[in-house]
Every structure is written in C-alpha cells, then in structure tokens.
Design a protein around this ligand. Structure first.
Ligand SMILES: [Zn+2]
Length: 449
C-alpha cells in the first residue's frame, strides 16, 4: 500500500511538476478569460491574453486579485458578484467566509464538479495522515454556511471511511458520541480539540484510553504551534495533523504528512502558490516570511488567479521532508494573518508567539489579549483563565509572573499586564478562535498596521 494518495503527482520530479502547473495555469487563465465576467474585463483592459503565459514565472504578469475587489463585485452585482463562471441556477451549494474582523462575508457558489475536486484534495491530506477506509471519523463541526470541514467530510467519504457528522450539538454529546461510535479519527479546530478534552475530563471520560489515533486539525494556525499541538496530543493520546483551507478556493491547500517535518506540504499539482512581500508584492525567497498568493486550478465555478490571502507563511523546499513528496512545505504551517500582527509602542506583537508562550506554561485553560489606549499610551493586557492547579492565590501569582516575564522577554521588554479572568468568562470557539481584541481608535490602528 502506498504512502501517497496520488503517487502520479506527489512523487513527480520538480521539472515535471512545473510543466504540469504551467499547462494547468494556461488552461485556468483561458477558462477565466472566457467564462468569468470579472476576469474577461481584466484581460481586455490589460490587452493581454492567457496564451502569453509561456513560463511559470509569467504568472507575475497577471495582476493580483484582492478580497476587496471580490467583495465590491458582490455589492455591485448582488448577491454573488462577477468572479464566478456560473450563476445560482447551475450551482448546487453556496458557502460564505467566516466574516472575521467585522468584514462582510464573501459568498461562493460551487458545482458538483467543484465538490468532487475538493474531496480529491482532502484525500491527499487524510491519506497522508494515515486515515484509511477502515477508520471511523468523527467530524466535530457545525455544518453551517461556513465551509469549514465540508470538504473533509467528502474526502472521508471518497476514501471510504465511516463518517459521523457531529453537527449542531453540545460538546458533551460530541464527546459521548466519539466514545459510543468508537471513532478512530477526529476532525476539529485546535481550540475545540482542547475544549473537548477539558469536557471529557469533567465528565470522567478517558480519551487517552479511547480508540482515537489521529486528529485532523484545521481552521486556526495553532495546529502547527508545537506547544498547542503537544497539549492536544497528550490530552487525546493521539497524533495531531495540521491542515489549512479557505472558502475562496473551497478546500484544503496544505497538509502535514506522516513524517511531520515541522511543516505542511502544499498541494502543488492543484494549486500554484506564491509567497510575496505583503507591502511591495514582490516575490520573497525560501525561508522568508511573506503573504500567500494562490491560483487554484480545479474550481471551475470560481477560477481564482493570484488571490491575496493575507495568510503569512514561510516556504521551504519539499526535499527537506523524508517522505519523498515533491511538494514544497510551509514551515510551521500558516504563521498568522497579515492583520493579526499588531504594533504596540513600536514593538510587533504577534498572536502566534503569544499563544506559544501561554500554552507552553501548561497552566492556562483559555486566554484573550486586549490592546487599548490610555491617554496617549497603548496598553496590552492578557486575560487568563488558569487551569485548576493554578487557581489558588500562590499558584496563580507564580503563573501570572511566569507569563508576564516570558512575554516581555519575547517582545523587547514590552510590559504585558496579566489579569485573572473568572472561570468560563472568556469566549470559547468552535470555529476560528479570535483571541485578539484591539480597542484602539480605528484610524490609528489602520495607521500602524
Ligand atoms: Zn512529507
């Protein structure tokens, strides 16, 4: 039995992979120019033709597509805009982005064919993590209009695993179902995996003794934060694999293979991913932090060309991983979003670094970082719900001091206030956790970003 879902492409030589990508890029650009009103107008205005793409790097001659443009087209031509190649009459389902940061959610239509593409893409990741047809997979997900784990659900079916759709219900009933159905695989966000583990402990349910051997994580960068991942793996007695996807391409774009080389493979035969400087838009090299830009080859209803994702990543060569896949890696997964890096009194505060420190103490149940302005001075406060062993006064003092010290150390001496929050008072997340609250005046926040 092979370790690859699709050995024909996953084990290609780099030159062959790039030849395949160029052919797919040309076909996608052509399709977009013919069928998408948005891209047709764009190619016409630029006086360029998809046939002019002669090498892979010619992709840089195409302009970026931004979320703002997509959104504007959906306001102008409500509700679905002009990017897509089909209308509601030929689509079978609509999904929306989660609409974080107070933005209007994007709406995306998919055809039957798009969904079978999404399922195929998920199979790369599921198979790579060791999921097989004999597994029973529990999907702890609300099955709403947010696309979340819908693609994973179809991937599991395609692979032949037994799916338990853990839709809208309480965390307690989900934990009980995982045990009752003897699930061997569980899919959830990293935050929710921790939440279920806490619930199980309160219920006296022994997750470590349960048959779950694999967790498929998605939806937040924390799946690749070693400190968070270790907590999850210890609580479940299972291996955790990071994946990431997005509504804009309908599905997954990276997955961690069984070798877990400290990064996730990009599904390069179905996507062309570039990493650029978020300010200049110029390409950055291997090992440098930049913004993901994606061109997706397989979603015929929404052919996306050079979409600015706002995800921050560091790309490294796939040869670094011993699994033999040609696909390059995003080291440490998605490192964050261009909008969750904040500047406080001249110092960069980066949620990923904060989470690594907070989870690394092993004493925190839930937390939230709030930035506000006092007079002319920015103040940053971490609100913490400690775990039971740190609830008494001296335990809490030690924990708070440790967190404050480590945060200051990692942020050029910037002082973080650490405050205790009442048990259960901070928000819990089933979808994308949002633990950063910036209450500074909007204009100035925009200015320092
Ligand atoms: Zn690998």
């Amino acid at each position: 039995m092979t370790r690859y879902w699709n050995p024909r492409t996953e084990a290609l030589a780099r030159e062959e992979l790039e030849r395949l990508q160029l052919a797919k890029l040309r076909r996608t650009a052509q399709w977009a120019a013919e069928r998408s009103p948005f891209y047709r107008a764009r190619f016409e205005a630029a006086g360029s033709r998809p046939e002019d793409l002669e090498t892979l790097s010619d992709v840089r001659r195409l302009p970026f597509t931004t979320r703002e443009e997509w959104q504007a087209s959906q306001i102008e031509a409500a509700p679905y805009g002009t990017l897509g190649t089909i209308g509601a009459d030929r689509a079978i389902r609509v999904h929306t982005t989660s609409g974080t940061s107070g933005r209007m959610p994007l709406r995306a239509l998919d055809s039957r064919k798009d969904w079978s593409w999404a399922a195929e893409m998920w199979c790369y990741g599921l198979w790579g993590a060791g999921v097989r047809s004999t597994d029973t997979a529990y999907v702890a997900f609300g099955y709403g209009s947010f696309i979340g784990f819908w693609g994973l659900h179809y991937g599991l079916e395609k692979l032949g695993a037994l799916v338990v759709p853990g839709g809208a219900q309480s965390t307690e009933s989900r934990v009980r179902q995982i045990i009752d159905f003897q699930a061997t695989v569980v899919a959830s966000t990293p935050t929710y995996a921790l939440r279920m583990a806490q619930e199980a402990e309160q219920l006296g349910v022994d997750l470590r003794g349960a048959p779950v051997h694999t967790l498929i994580l998605s939806g937040e960068p924390a799946g690749s934060i070693p400190e968070t991942k270790q907590l999850i793996e210890e609580a479940w007695g299972a291996r955790a694999f990071d994946t990431a996807g997005m509504t804009e391409i309908s599905t997954i774009f990276m997955f961690e293979c069984a070798e877990q080389p400290g990064g996730a493979h990009i599904i390069e035969d179905h996507l062309l991913e570039e990493v650029v400087d978020p300010v200049t838009g110029e390409p950055v090299g291997f090992g440098e932090l930049g913004e993901r830009v994606v061109t997706s080859f397989g979603r015929s209803s929404l052919p996306l060309l050079r979409y600015r994702t706002a995800d921050l990543v560091v790309r490294v060569p796939g040869t670094r991983c011993p699994c033999g896949r040609v696909f390059d890696l995003y080291e440490g997964g998605v490192q964050g979003r261009t909008d969750d890096m904040k500047v406080v009194r001249g110092t960069n505060v980066y949620m990923r670094a904060v989470e690594a420190i907070v989870r690394g103490t092993g004493g925190v149940e839930e937390f939230q970082l709030r930035i506000h302005r006092e007079g002319i001075r920015d103040e940053v406060t971490l609100h913490v719900e400690p775990l039971a062993p740190y609830e008494d006064e001296s335990g809490w003092r030690d924990l708070a001091d440790l967190i404050a010290r480590e945060l200051a150390h990692a942020h050029e001496g910037l002082r973080f206030h650490v405050e205790r929050a009442e048990p259960g008072s901070l928000p819990r997340f089933e979808l994308k956790a949002k633990r950063l609250v910036d209450n500074r005046p909007a204009l100035e926040v925009a200015h320092v970003r």
